[in-house]
Write a protein that binds this ligand. Structure first.
Ligand SMILES: Cc1cc2nc3c(=O)[nH]c(=O)nc-3n(C[C@H](O)[C@H](O)[C@H](O)COP(=O)(O)O)c2cc1C
Length: 199
């Protein structure tokens, strides 16, 4: 199997994360920066912004998210997701993914394409960073904790971390050392997902 395919297969959602790594924060941040720089974006618009949050700030971030979510999530959803959020705090850090709305609005394309390209730019970055963390031997998960500027949640996150007001929070990726087994994963038939045509 090629090293790339192995990396793709090894990337899994990992909720059980810890702080057992020899990697320095600087090494992790440098790797993420190197990846983000080369992620392709529509018309090379480079709309995505990433904040890599470590240590005290990482714990403060998840305490804040827990505080917000306790008023949003209910019943079994709270039971499940509060465990994920508490688990995140045990990790090394969190990658926060944003879109810079000034850069999004400046994309040289029709308004109807802007939202599509924004989401595609964002997804490319999220997946590349997730693979990059896997490549470093780290695990993590992709979270959408109360994402939505309409709820005002990203405003308080940006205030907490001193980030620009025009950055719109899209997702959170808590990461750390891998401390659990991969959950089983079901796959639909390849033929439903990939069609090969021509000869
Ligand atoms: C667009 C997208 C949104 C996701 N949102 C969440 C989320 O909010 N919380 C979560 O725990 N996992 C989330 N995930 C992770 C998926 O549930 C997970 O990738 C999927 O079940 C496949 O498992 P795997 O990552 O182990 O391959 C998301 C994944 C994607 C691609």
């Amino acid at each position: 199997m090629s090293a790339f395919l192995e990396l793709v297969k090894n990337r899994r959602t990992q909720y059980a994360i810890g702080n057992n790594t020899e990697l320095s924060n600087e090494e992790i941040a440098t790797r993420i920066t190197d990846i983000v720089r080369d992620v392709p974006t529509a018309s090379n618009s480079q709309t995505t912004r990433v904040a890599v949050v470590f240590g005290d700030k990482h714990v403060q971030l998840w305490d804040h998210i827990l505080d917000v979510q306790k008023d949003v999530l209910e019943g079994p959803m709270w039971d499940m997701m509060s465990g994920v959020m508490e688990g995140a705090k045990a990790g090394v850090g969190t990658v926060l993914f944003f879109e810079d709305l000034d850069a999004v609005e400046a994309m040289p394309t029709s308004p109807s394409r802007v939202e599509v390209y924004k989401q595609n730019n964002q997804a490319n970055t999220q997946y590349a960073v997730w693979l990059g963390l896997t490549d470093l031997g780290l695990g993590g998960s992709l979270q959408h904790m109360n994402v939505g500027y309409e709820q005002g949640f990203d405003k308080s996150v940006k205030e907490l971390l001193g980030l620009p007001e025009r950055w719109e929070l899209q997702a959170q990726m808590p990461f750390g050392s891998i401390e659990g087994e991969n959950a089983p994963k079901e796959y639909i038939a390849d033929s439903e997902r990939v069609v090969v045509l021509g000869n």
